[in-house]
Design a protein around this ligand. Sequence first.
Ligand SMILES: Nc1nc2c(ncn2[C@@H]2O[C@H](COP(=O)(O)OP(=O)(O)O)[C@@H](O)[C@H]2O)c(=O)[nH]1
Ligand SMILES: [Mg+2]
Length: 419
Amino acid sequence: MFVSRTTSSRYRRIFLKYFPTLIIGILAGYIAGTRNIALEEIRQIRRGMPEPEPQVECMPERTPYNTAEEAEPIYDDDTDCDDADEDQSVILDQYHPHGEKPVKAALVALVRNSDLFGMRQTIRQIEDRFNSRFNYPYIFLNDVPFTEEFKTGVRILTNANVSFGELDSESWGMPEWIDRERYEMVKSYRKMCRFQSGFMHKHPLLAELEFYWRIEPDVEFFCDQEYDPFVFMKQNGLKYGWVIGMTEFMDTVATLWNTTKNFVGQHPGIVHPANLERWLLDDAGSYNGCHFWTNFEIVDLSFYRSPEYEAYFQYLDRAGGFFYERWGDAPVHSIAAALFLNASQTHWFEDIGYFHPAVSKCPSGSNTRTKCVCDPMRSFVENSYCIVRYKESKQMVLDPEATEPVHTGPVFMAVPVLG
Ligand SMILES: Nc1nc2c(ncn2[C@@H]2O[C@H](COP(=O)(O)OP(=O)(O)O)[C@@H](O)[C@H]2O)c(=O)[nH]1
Ligand SMILES: [Mg+2]
């Protein structure tokens, strides 16, 4: 129908007048909606976790960061501490990529430039299953400078902070007391094991961390990680968290146990009264080679920084077995955890589905009950010798009254991978 020119220009004027308000309204609605979704997600994550002990009576209201540049939180002194929303914005802030996390923690890897593809696979999985919601920072260490290709290739996969560090010659080299004639050829694998045993936790980029989660290239995570394992460990006083346990190639640790016994003999009182030594020994009392597979470990770094651990590492380093035999960081960390910690401070993350070539661990019941993509029927880790012995030993230490073994099914030996 015919519309007069005057009427149409009136509509245009009204439209132009209210258009900006309309756009602002739509944008505001969108932002509020996104924020509510994020808050709801975080709320769900928190619901799955044990209730935290309140750290402070009342926190000042804090405006969530909007950009990476807003490094400093903005506080409003004029706050009402009873306001429920305030708590939520603090939680939201903590898991923001640049927020201060509830635990000072990071995902840490020693890695080669040539492992870029494998590390990208690992990060992709960690982000999808866990870190895209929690945004813990990554720290990558290398004995040579990282290439720009590596840095760009990993940064692009995450919103979290990423740092790159190099190693000094003390932490990566071969110490002067190593007999060059006995060990002429310097294999980098042995330097790597020594570094991960005695120096990783001392790197300046880790100085502020309370916990680290060690990651490696080419690993897979099968399940959604619905709670924050750092908070879980801290709240429960746990120092060492692991997923896969197995026996070591005994040739590579031929003198490790005897060297450990000598060390312990020289340091009376160093072994914790509620220790897990039984887990390390077979029924005849000989070292069985059981160890936590350290390509995955979540650790309270105060353990590696403790005088006990440092003295133990120094003793082992002087003995030269990292080079002469190829002592791995896995048996070294594991023996230390078993002897110097209270058994209750070590934790098997049964609920984490994990693969490192060539062993996978799939939580039982995960094909129906949990958000995992793995077949528990193909995971024999639960029934492997070292896991069964761990569970039995821990139960016997923590509950001496319990004499029944916790597991009575078939026992398999997990096959270690020789590096
Ligand atoms: N920078 C650096 N990283 C290394 C070197 N050797 C091993 N790594 C890293 O140390 C970790 C363990 O090495 P890997 O080859 O996976 O050992 P495996 O898991 O025992 O087979 C991985 O993250 C590797 O990228 C090395 O010579 N230089
Ligand atoms: Mg590996």
